[in-house]
Design a protein around this ligand. Structure first.
Ligand code: FAD
Length: 492
């Protein structure tokens, strides 16, 4: 049993050692706050990029933008780096900023509880420990819990089952009959990477994605040298990439002539790579571009046309001990089933119980769909900061750009709490509600809310995930901590 009186209270407790948790630690440290602890359930840092090491795993935003502006890497080997290289970058951040000393590995947080009298958060863990902190950063990741589809008989399959986020590198795919379930961002990277190894590859598609060409190049040595000698040149490239992605918002987020132009590019890409009309029809999306995540690949369509590869568009009826049975009654037999079926996204509910002021439960409040003030605070949960909170998801730009805005906001808020010696900073319910009314109104005019089924929406079609605007707008709203939107709780 932990002794409440003697256990130290740290200034900040961070849950998760992925990009968000480590980035928060770096920025807090840079602002002179190094009284913190990072709790990580795994034995290693890296989050997404530790877990998603499937064949072909890579970012789909150029590396010079999918990295932190305060920690540029002049040595990215390609325009879109692979998971291993990104994980290497994360390890490098840990060494460069000496972060290992803050991290408690193998510490799975199972609950958070606000102690109103002391103005302290208590974090309980699976191992039975309790940690105390004035402020908490939730950096447990929006996509950190693998999701399996709700298909009957999934447990009956007697062959090998692999989820894309839990790849088994000891399993040899060579000569095997393999089925891939899903055609999202992970599947379109896995399929081209394994089609040359396996005996037969069958891809089960529910909805065809919009796929754009992927301009992936090896970085020439002269460019790496230029970035090292002239850091401003790398900064200029990052800015150019940022603006190019910002302009994509006009086609991806809202229905505009640019949406039509992007759809034309997608259809051209398909026509250019797939000559067979029947296959092309099966691969043509029947929903507006942007409604689901737009994918980038130049080798997915060619892989589907390899002689040992087959696309199945009949819905899956069930999985049995031998493989997959589709609704028209055919049984497809496999040695291995790969589930490229994404993640359990907590857009309705919390990853573990969070108890706020007067015993309120965030899980109950978010049951019908999550909402927060500027994606970062929730009324009744003082000093609790969310990364990738409700309506902070980007559809067109680097997640790390949004993350930096959140992290900088958190640093300012923590600074405010410590410098004003507050017990807590609790966002006003009214500020939260008016923020969300505006967000939902803006969302109703976006491509995401045009009727397709995606992980951005809850079962009832509520969009608790995406930010309906430019990254620049998001950054602007996060620039200042507007104190009039908060209740400043004094020590009694
Ligand atoms: C396969 C994949 C590819 C992606 N590619 C891109 C891309 O190209 N461009 C882009 O902009 N975005 C991309 N994203 C989205 C986003 O950038 C990444 O998910 C990013 O890594 C999120 O960082 P994070 O730190 O928030 O979460 P994570 O990387 O998921 O890290 C969360 C950490 O918290 C730990 N944790 C979770 N729960 C607990 C708990 N209860 N207690 C203690 N620790 C816990 C986890 O073990 C993990 O280490 C991708 C996402 C995925 C899944």
């Amino acid at each position: 049993m932990t002794d409440v009186q003697t256990t130290p209270v740290v200034t900040t407790l961070i849950i998760g050692a992925g990009f968000a948790g480590l980035g928060s630690a770096i920025r807090l440290q840079q602002e002179g706050i190094d009284d913190m602890v990072i709790l990580e359930r795994d034995k290693q840092v890296g989050g997404t990029w530790r877990d998603n090491q499937y064949p072909g795993a890579a970012c789909d935003i150029p590396s010079n933008l999918y990295s932190y502006s305060f920690a540029p890497n002049p040595d990215w080997s390609r325009s879109f780096s692979g998971a291993r290289e990104i994980l290497g970058y994360i390890h490098h951040l840990v060494n460069q900023f000496d972060l290992a000393r803050y991290i408690r590995f193998g510490t799975n947080v199972t609950g958070l509880n606000w102690d109103q009298d002391r103005g302290v958060w208590e974090a309980t863990t699976e191992g039975g420990e309790t940690y105390y902190a004035k402020t908490v950063v939730m950096a447990q990741g929006p996509l950190s819990n693998p999701g399996f589809p709700n298909i009957a008989g999934i447990e009956d399959f007697q062959g090998k089952k692999i989820h894309s986020a839990q790849w088994d590198h000891n399993y040899n795919l060579e000569g095997k009959r393999v089925g891939v379930i899903g055609t999202g961002a992970s599947a379109i990277q896995i399929v081209p990477s394994i089609v040359g190894k396996v005996d037969k590859l069958t891809v089960f598609q529910r909805t065809p994605p919009w796929v754009m060409p992927r301009p992936d190049f090896e970085t020439p040595d002269w460019q790496k040298l230029a970035f090292r000698k002239l850091p401003l040149s790398q900064n200029a490239l990052r800015k150019a990439l940022y603006l190019a992605h910002e302009s994509m918002a006009l086609g991806v987020i809202w229905n505009s002539p640019l949406t039509r132009l992007a759809e034309r590019l997608g259809k051209w890409h398909l026509r250019n790579q797939v000559k067979d009309r029947w296959l092309r029809r099966q691969l043509t999306p029947n929903y507006r571009l942007g409604c689901k995540r737009v994918l980038v690949s130049s080798d997915y369509y060619p892989a589907l046309q390899q002689p040992n590869c087959k696309l199945i568009t009949w819905p899956i009826a069930r999985i049995d001990e031998n493989g997959v049975r589709t609704v028209e009654g055919i049984e497809h037999q496999f040695d291995c089933l790969i589930f490229a079926t994404g993640f359990n996204v907590s857009n309705a509910g919390t990853p573990f119980p969070i108890t706020g002021v007067d015993g309120r439960q965030l899980n109950d409040e978010w049951k019908r769909g999550a909402s927060a003030y500027k994606s970062i605070n929730v009324a009744g949960y003082p000093n609790l900061f969310l990364t990738f909170g409700p309506n902070s998801g980007p559809g067109h730009n680097s997640a790390l750009v949004y993350m930096e805005s959140q992290i900088n906001y958190i640093v300012k808020a923590v600074r405010t709490i410590t410098s004003l010696d507050l017990k807590g900073l609790d966002v006003r319910q009214s500020a939260q509600e008016s923020h969300n009314r505006a967000i939902q109104k803006r969302l109703s005019r976006t491509n995401w809310n045009t009727g397709c089924k995606s992980w951005y929406l809850t079962e009832d079609g509520f969009n608790a995930t995406m930010y309906p605007g430019f990254a620049t707008q998001y950054a602007l709203q996060m620039k200042e901590v507007v104190l009039k939107d908060y209740r400043l709780l004094p020590h009694s």
